[in-house]
Design a protein around this ligand. Structure first.
Ligand code: ADP
Ligand code: MG
Length: 626
């Protein structure tokens, strides 16, 4: 078989569309140690793909080999093959591309005085000429598939092909944030990003309005290291959205890992939404087989469960660490609102949010207003990114993704909180120790109806859903008890009969052992069951109904949720328990509710993912009243 035919066949595997060419070429530039890479495309790459790098270049002797099949300078031995660190290793990309397009390579090593230029045409020995140029490599790929009409026809519209390209460029820019990337489409600058830390890179690529909504992920053990960001629940989107995994610098897709992230978010976002994540995984290359897919997207881990669990834990921790309690703590710590000094009550450390309430009496109104004028003014992410942008960039991103306004409109505590923190660093404020926070009593609590209450925390107005908060609290309380193996229950003087249809008996059978851990005592009595012990939160009078609803919900959640049995049961109990409505909660009841909620690991949402509270800073209020 002639070489060029073999190449064309290989090209079928390697080169599917302009985007695949770009992927191979940029990988080569990275392998060549480039710190600056520029990509220009014309007609979504169908007409021209031009890439420039400042890497180590190709010497004149090696130049003819670059487009020869199985000529790679990267693999030296079998051992290398087992432990692949460079992107390319097959030595067939350039040869394949050259078999289906006109390829021109210009390159100069720093040792050479002159560079050289290779023009490749299918089926002809390439010619090489010297030329004057800078160190590095430039590759032009013209008229892709000009000689394979069937494949050329197969290409999609420019918009679609360009979408693929921009997605690939975005991935490179994220995975190699230490390099400068410049990306042009038909003379329009799409992005030009300098070496920068990952967060700045993401803001530069995705827009600064996500600034306060990125939660850092940092996790490592002896085997695996995971860094990056997850978005706060409000960054989750219906269909699109950023979902990126990188393994040892390479973009990968993995259903198993996506699922691991999903599990962390499960109770925080609506099921139809997808979380935002950018996660970089570092793992000994020996533990990975990247050779599974010719395009190297999909990988196999030698211990799938290990990686899965690490990702789940890493993202879970990021979400927990950044739950609202932490935010408020930081806020309190950084602020010097006089309230903290005034309401320093050491005896009442349980009621740290206790403030006046039922009476409507405003405690220290004069001090509250204007305590911290800098908050209102803060614009967390006014930070200008210094890299050049054209207006086109905005168009491009808007075209490519769902409108951002969906979530930017939403009232955002994080934005406010993080924004504040950033502006605080410019104007240092007094601090109080974190330990003091429990002793601080401040703000007001006010019950609006049997369903809602309001309270003030620092400069935020918080609207709280009483029922959902109670559900969250009970859910976490139960799981904590189970973890500590302290099931609490009250013995009933008169056991309660529960009659169940056969379908529910089957379900009960499944959970019988576990439900005891929650403090239920259940035993079969002839055809039926009786409850002889109840958890303290379950009221005797409603117990039979609640118990049946728990069985129903558990059954439903088992189908809908992915949590384990205990978790599903905990949600079922929390959601089905009867919480008596009370229009007139006492100040103490209200403040302890708030405190218990804020002590939860994920206080912002009920166990089924709905919001427990809305936090409004001045900025949000101003927006609402515009
Ligand atoms: P592979 O990357 O698998 O080695 P390629 O066909 O992609 O195979 O590239 C062939 C060879 O050409 C590489 O091994 C490398 O020596 C050289 N090469 C390609 N692109 C560049 C570049 N941008 N800078 C320096 N060398 C390059
Ligand atoms: Mg390569």
């Amino acid at each position: 078989m002639p070489d060029y035919l073999a190449n064309q066949i290989a090209a079928g595997e390697v080169v599917q569309r302009p985007d695949s060419v770009i992927k191979e070429l940029v990988e080569n530039s990275i392998d060549a140690g480039a710190t600056e890479i520029a990509v220009f495309v014309k007609n979504a790459g169908k007409q021209l793909i031009h890439i420039l790098d400042n890497g180590k270049g190709i010497s004149e002797e090696d130049m003819p080999l670059a487009v020869k099949r199985h000529a790679t300078s990267k693999i030296l031995s079998q051992q290398d093959l087992e432990c692949i660190r460079s992107f390319g290793f097959r030595g067939e990309a350039l040869a394949s591309i050259a078999s289906v397009a006109n390829v021109e390579i210009r390159s100069k090593t720093k040792e050479a005085e002159l560079g050289c230029k290779l023009l490749s045409k299918p089926n002809v020995e390439p010619e090489i000429e010297p030329m004057k140029m800078e160190n590095g490599t430039q590759i032009f790929v013209r008229n892709l598939f000009y000689n394979v009409p069937a494949r050329r026809k197969f290409l999609r519209s420019n918009i679609t092909e360009f979408k693929h390209i921009s997605e690939t460029m975005t991935k490179f820019a994220i995975s190699h944030n230490d390099k400068r990337f410049t990306f042009y489409d038909d003379n329009n600058l799409i992005f030009d990003v300098p070496p920068q830390d990952l967060k700045d890179r993401l803001l530069a690529l995705m827009g600064t309005d996500i600034s306060g909504k990125l939660l850092p992920v940092e996790y490592s053990n002896a085997i695996i290291k995971i860094t990056g960001f997850v978005g706060t629940p409000e960054l989750a989107k219906k269909n699109t959205g950023a979902k990126y995994f990188f393994l040892n610098g390479r973009s990968i897709i993995s259903k198993s890992l996506a699922y691991a992230v999903f599990l962390s978010f499960e109770n925080l976002i609506d099921r139809s939404f997808k979380p935002f994540y950018v996660l970089k995984i570092e793992l000994d290359p020996h533990r990975v087989d990247i050779n599974v897919h010719p395009q190297k997207h999909e990988v196999k881990f030698d211990d799938e469960a290990l990686v899965h669990n690490a990702v789940k834990t890493a993202t879970m921790q990021a979400l927990q660490k950044n739950s609202i309690l932490t935010d408020l703590e930081i806020l309190t710590k950084k602020s010097n609102s006089p309230i903290e000094k005034v309401y320093h009550n050491e005896d009442d450390s349980n009621d740290f949010l206790l403030v006046n309430t039922g009476t409507g009496e405003i405690v220290g109104d004069s001090e509250f207003s204007n305590t911290n004028p800098s908050y209102g003014k803060s614009k967390g992410y006014s930070g200008n990114y210094s890299g050049g942008y054209s207006n086109k960039k905005e168009d491009f991103w808007n075209k490519g993704s769902e409108s951002k306004s969906d979530f930017s409109k939403e009232i955002s505590a994080y934005e406010e909180v993080f924004g504040n923190i950033e502006s605080q660093t410019e104007t240092p404020q007094g601090t109080i120790e974190l330990a003091d926070i429990d002793k601080v009593t401040e703000g007001q609590v006010w019950q609006f109806s049997s369903d809602y209450m309001l309270f003030k925390f620092n400069d935020n107005l918080v609207l709280l859903d009483i029922l959902k908060s109670r559900q969250r609290i009970l859910y976490e309380k139960q799981l904590k008890r189970i973890k500590k193996r302290q099931s609490i229950s009250q013995k009933l003087l008169f056991p309660i009969m529960v009659q169940l249809p056969i379908s529910k008996k089957v379900v009960l059978d499944e959970i019988l052992d576990e439900i005891e851990k929650f403090g239920f005592g259940v035993r079969p009595v002839r055809e039926n069951f009786e409850l002889f012990e109840l958890p303290p939160e379950i009221d005797e009078s409603s117990a039979a109904n609640v118990f049946e609803s728990i069985i129903d919900s558990y059954h439903e959640y088992k189908l809908l949720r992915t949590g384990d049995l205990l978790d599903n049961l905990a949600v079922a109990i929390a959601m089905q328990s009867y919480y008596p409505k009370n229009e007139n909660m006492s100040a103490l009841e209200m403040t302890s509710l708030v405190k218990e909620l804020l002590e939860c690991s994920m206080p912002n949402n009920c166990p089924r993912g709905r919001k427990t509270m809305v936090i409004m800073g001045e900025k949000n209020l101003r927006e609402m009243l515009r």
